[in-house]
Each structure stands twice: as C-alpha cells, then as structure tokens.
Design a protein around this ligand. Sequence first.
Ligand SMILES: Cc1cc2nc3c(=O)[nH]c(=O)nc-3n(C[C@H](O)[C@H](O)[C@H](O)COP(=O)(O)OP(=O)(O)OC[C@H]3O[C@@H](n4cnc5c(N)ncnc54)[C@H](O)[C@@H]3O)c2cc1C
Length: 462
Amino acid sequence: MKTISPQVDPRRVRALNSVPDRTGPVMYWMSRDQRARHNWALLHACQKANELGQPLEVVFTLAPNFLDAPFRHYDFMFRGLQETESALRALGIPMNVLSGEPGTLLPAYATERRAGAIITDFSPLKLTRSWKTAIAERLECPLYEVDAHNIVPCWLASTKQEFAARTIRPKLHALQETFLTPFPDPEAHYQPSSLISPTVDWSMIADGIRANRSIGPSDALPPGEKAAANRLRQFIARSLQEYAEKRNDPNSGCVSQLSAYLHFGQISAQHVALSVMQSGSSVADRDAFIEELFVRRELSDNFCFYNPDYDTFNGIPAWAKATLADHAEDRRDYRYSLEDFEAGRTHDPLWNAAQKSLVGTGLMHGYLRMYWAKKILEWSASPVTAFETAVLLNDRYALDGRDPNGYTGIAWSVGGLHDRPWFERPVYGKIRYMNASGCARKFDVQRYIREIGRQDTLFPDT
Ligand SMILES: Cc1cc2nc3c(=O)[nH]c(=O)nc-3n(C[C@H](O)[C@H](O)[C@H](O)COP(=O)(O)OP(=O)(O)OC[C@H]3O[C@@H](n4cnc5c(N)ncnc54)[C@H](O)[C@@H]3O)c2cc1C
C-alpha cells in the first residue's frame, strides 16, 4: 500500500485554458463528483487555495434542464448535495448554487468574485464538455480539470477509443500501482475560509426545477454520502463473498447497488476499490468486483470520451452496423412501440417485470439490463429505433441513468460494442443473442417475476 501523498498527482489535473493563476478566491465548480470526502478535485482546489493564500468556495451550477432528467434524479441529487453542503461547511468551505446556463453563468460569477482559479471535475459527456469549452474561453482566470471519478485519469489510461476490455485492462492495471492510493483528509490540507455565504435553500431550488414530476422520488435507495458509505459497508459484510458466483442472479441480492451513488459522485470508485481490496473476501470475489468497478466502468468513460456518437446508433462498430443492416428487413415475431415498452406491455413476463422494476424503483439488475436491451433490439422496427428506445427509457427511469456506463451498456447489447461477432441469426445478425431460457439457466425466473409483482408501484401513470 502506498503512503498518503499530500499532493494530488499532477497527471490527474489538466489546464483547460492558458490563463495563468492570479490573486483571488479559488472556486471548485463541483459537477460530477458530488462529495466532500475522497475527492481529488476538492483536494486540488484546497491545495491551490493554500498555494495562493486565498479562500476556497464550492460552486454548483444548476442547469434549467439537464438532458431531460426527471424529478426522481433531481431529488436524489439535491438530498445528496444538501448533506455535502453541511460536510463542506464543517470544513470551513462555503457552498453556493447558481441556477441557469453554466456556460454564461459561471464566467459572470467568477468575474464578479474576481476568482483566482477555478477547479472542476471530469466528465466525458458532451453536454458538460461543451460547457467547459465555453467557460474556459470566457474566463479571466485559469480553469483546471481534475479526473476525480476514475482511478486512472481517463486521458492517461488510453489516448484512443479502446477496442474491448481486454485491450484497456493491461493499461489500467499497469497504472493502478501509482494511482490507486489512499486519500488524504481535506482537513489536513485546508485552512478554513473567511468567505461567508448563506446556507442553500434546497427546497426552494427543488420547487423551481423544471423536471418531469410524474417520475417522482424513488425510495429504493437513500441518497447521500453517508448512505453510500453504509451501502458499501453492507455489501462488503454481507454480499461480496458471493459476488463471483452469484452476481448474475437477480434473486441473490449480492451486487453492490452502488451505481447510483457512483453516478452522482456520492461515493468515490477509488475509495470503493481500496475498501474491497482491503476486505477479507476471497481473491476471486475481489477480482470479479474490481473487474466491473475498475475495468468495465473506466472502459465506459473511455468510449464516451473518444467517441462523440456514444449515445446513438452511429457510435457502434462498423461490423455491427453492417450485420444489422443485412437483417434490417427480417421478420420480427413481435414488434412494440416506445409506449408498449414503457408500459411493460410485451408478451414476455420476465421483460415486463424488469421494466416494472426500472419504472417503479429506478433500479434493474445488471444481468437483466442486458436481456432487457437485447429484447428491445429484437422487438423494435429497426436497430436505430431500438437504440433510441433503450437510451430514452434507461435515462428516464434508472437512478444511475445518463451515465457513460448506460450508453456503453446499450451500445454493447444492441450494437456489439466491445464484443465480437457471434453466430448469425435473424434480426440480430452477428450481435450476441440472449433468450429467456438462457436466463432460466442462470436464475429462478419465476421467483424474480413473483417478487417484482409484489411491488405495487407499477407504472404510476398507466
Ligand atoms: C443496457 C444496459 C444499461 C445500463 N445502464 C447503466 C446506467 O445507466 N448506469 C450505470 O451505472 N450502469 C449501467 N449499466 C451497467 C451495469 O449494468 C450497472 O452498472 C450495474 O448493474 C449497477 O449495479 P451495481 O452497482 O449493483 O453493480 P455491481 O455489480 O455491484 O458493480 C459495481 C460497479 O461496477 C460498475 N459496473 C458493473 N457492471 C458494469 C458494466 N457492465 N459496465 C460498466 N460498469 C459496470 C458500476 O459502476 C457498478 O456500480 C448498464 C448495462 C446495460 C447492459
């Protein structure tokens, strides 16, 4: 195990404009990594504030409409941010929320406050990247980006779109030794601020948001840093020891359910990895989990970072486009509209149960997510429509939606991304096939359908 370095590894940080540091308060524009602990971007901002002898504040920008996120997602985020705000204040770091378009709002705020430097966290998604480009050009102070989400900074892990897990795995593992280090405490690195700002009125902010309120809060997972830490503790204590064997059984309850917390940055993947590696679980269980959390998750960021078409059919490999085009005219035994899929009105009770779980709770087991998306391909009018339907439903209902993992998972299921050609068959062409009898060999399908059937939050609007 490495010793704790007081410095954030400079390779984790990159300048997004060429303006030099200047005297003035330092701001951490918090976006993807919404937490006070185990956060390299916050730690770098603390470091910068100390270096410049300036106070630090955290700023969160709230866009009027973030990729059509429904109220379910805002609720999870606001309740998490409220806790983060308190944790930051306990460190002497004030937090401010600015409502509006970040591209214009943040530069205006930075000018008004005479900011000395702005630090932000990293996301490979297009919308956030376009904001950063606009902000970097408009700022009179430097803008630094810190990859606080990945264990190995995305731009360093690979300089190109990787072909598959097997091509990125050795690169990530080679850099793991230097990057998978324990976190220093922010207390040890920051002299509390003299900046004062009133506490944030979260209920007023929640009232003002323009989001689809028919998709209301989910009570499946409590949000926030403490809840995320509890979930991790429970997972390590109760489920990790069966992860290698039973992770594909939705009835076993042995997956971590950390993805929503990871998506909103309420827990750090690096902290999760360190905790799992230090646990007393078997090497097989630890390795199976680290493969998902580290290799597969960082492969998703790699795909979205290097492929601007990550959220459309256009982003899938050429061989997959060709084979799906060859089968575009194949007869579909069943064909459903977006409305049918959304309401869980297919002939398949397993598919309907998985959809019901997604709509009612915002959660769907990872194994069923693959089945769910592949059946959308099989029962849609075209692969392009299937891709759109899967993205729309996943982003609309899943608590962890709008994430590189989601776009990559859909491109894998529908479009053979990071996979290889399989035996040719109708509709799918050479895309890997899945069917209900395959599911029945993995788990007790009837039990899953029965248990989901007991939840009464089915399709609130239908
Ligand atoms: C069609 C489809 C849609 C998906 N949509 C999303 C999504 O919107 N958001 C999302 O975070 N994940 C998505 N995934 C990936 C994966 O299914 C989820 O990350 C996982 O089910 C989350 O449950 P968990 O936290 O209990 O996972 P665990 O099995 O406990 O895994 C731990 C962590 O590893 C990562 N991970 C696990 N499986 C994968 C994977 N296949 N690819 C990349 N990272 C992975 C996640 O961060 C996860 O939280 C999707 C997969 C498919 C096939």
